[in-house]
Design a binder for this molecule. Structure first.
Ligand code: KG4
Ligand code: ZN
Length: 344
């Protein structure tokens, strides 16, 4: 059962084709046309520019995904089972390009259409590894736009048990990197700087672990950002200690993410703990979460998406789309509208 999926919620124009059989998924193509170099000079994504680039790129990227999967455009109608698309959340003008393209393809090829929530896509990146995942599962899904702890009791059954009260962890990485002059996107830049530091962080560099002991599963990262903002001017030597600051800043984020995830998994007696979203590309987070789950939650399985499926891509949308299609959750193209605030 082959699914073609489109993802244009932010600044990556992405199209993928996967082949699903039962619970087994095979990625036939996964094309991501990144706009990072274009947005870099502005220090962040400019929505108007992103939408224009999506409009220019989307058809070539669809064609490339078909070609790589060995499907000629005239065969798409008979070889594909459905078209899936990210309908939200995200930047409205970016989403519209993907959604309207998917609707046009579904009409032209006479195929069913599946609307996929972007966050569900990030979560379903974990199903591309083809491991048998047992429910209940606790998923920490963290990116630039969202920061959630999700309880899944079955396929497609989500309950949000924790959210951020202000910034998402990815946003904290991006804003921290800006203050440390490390550039954009901030997550990989902070991670690379942090890795260069070894030894013990000076006692003078100290960041809070906001809400780490709160009774709920919510997060808050804006205080961490403010703490960096106030500490830097007090340290005249900070430009020579960027790696040390990055190291401690990253560790503060990881400590909170790990502690809350473990606490949630205990409370909901999870059989599986999963990471998802752009921040799950962070090597230290991956490693420390794996170690802590093994240490504190014996018998609980831990899963991670393959690195190439952590940041925005369409294979993850195809994965979630496949499960929705199997559950007969399709939508009439006339009824589908991009929804920038679509909640999981
Ligand atoms: O999921 P994603 O590609 O886009 C959104 O849905 O937001 O996530 C992008 C976010 C950015 O904030 C970026 O800085 C962060 O993920 N990110 C990382 C790493 N790679 C990407 N954060 C920490 N460490 C990384 N290695
Ligand atoms: Zn994303």
């Amino acid at each position: 059962m082959k699914i073609l999926a489109i993802e244009t919620s932010c600044d990556e124009t992405a199209v993928a084709i996967i082949d699903g059989q039962g619970d087994k998924l095979k990625v036939l193509s996964n094309i991501v046309s990144s706009q990072i170099d274009i947005h870099k000079k502005y220090g962040g994504v400019v929505p108007e520019v992103a939408a224009r680039e999506h409009a220019l790129n989307i058809i070539p990227v669809v064609n490339e995904a078909l070609a790589e999967a060995g499907i000629k455009p005239e065969q798409a109608k008979s070889k594909l089972a459905a078209v899936a698309v990210t309908a939200g959340p995200g930047l409205i003008t970016s989403l519209i390009v993907g959604v309207e393209t998917a609707k046009a393809l579904a009409y032209a090829w006479n195929l069913p259409l599946v609307a996929v929530n972007h966050i569900a896509g990030h979560i379903y990146a974990n199903w591309l590894s083809n491991k048998k995942l047992k429910f209940p599962a606790i998923i920490l899904t963290v990116s630039g736009g969202h920061n959630l702890l999700v309880l899944m009791t079955d396929n497609l059954k989500y309950k949000i048990i924790g959210d951020t009260r202000d910034d998402a962890a990815g946003e904290a990485f991006d804003k921290g990197a800006k203050m440390l002059n490390l550039g954009y996107p901030g997550g990989p830049a902070i991670a690379a700087a942090a890795e260069k530091f070894s030894g013990k962080v000076s006692a003078k560099i100290k960041f809070p672990r906001p809400m780490i002991n709160s009774d709920d599963f919510d997060f808050s990262f804006s205080g961490l950002k403010t703490s960096l903002l106030y500490q830097l001017p007090k340290d005249k030597n900070w430009p020579n200690r960027i790696n040390e600051y990055a190291h401690e800043y990253q560790q503060a984020i990881i400590d909170v993410l790990v502690a809350k995830t473990i606490k949630a998994a205990k409370k909901y007696q999870a059989k599986t703990v999963l990471l998802a979203g752009g921040v799950s590309a962070n090597k230290e987070l991956r490693q420390q979460m794996a170690e802590t789950v093994a240490d504190k939650l014996p018998g609980v399985a831990f899963g991670l998406p393959d690195l190439k499926y952590t940041t925005d891509n369409a294979a993850m949308i195809a994965s979630a789309g496949y499960f929705k299609f199997k559950a007969k959750q399709t939508i009439n193209p006339d009824k589908l509208r991009a929804n920038p605030n679509w909640e999981l």
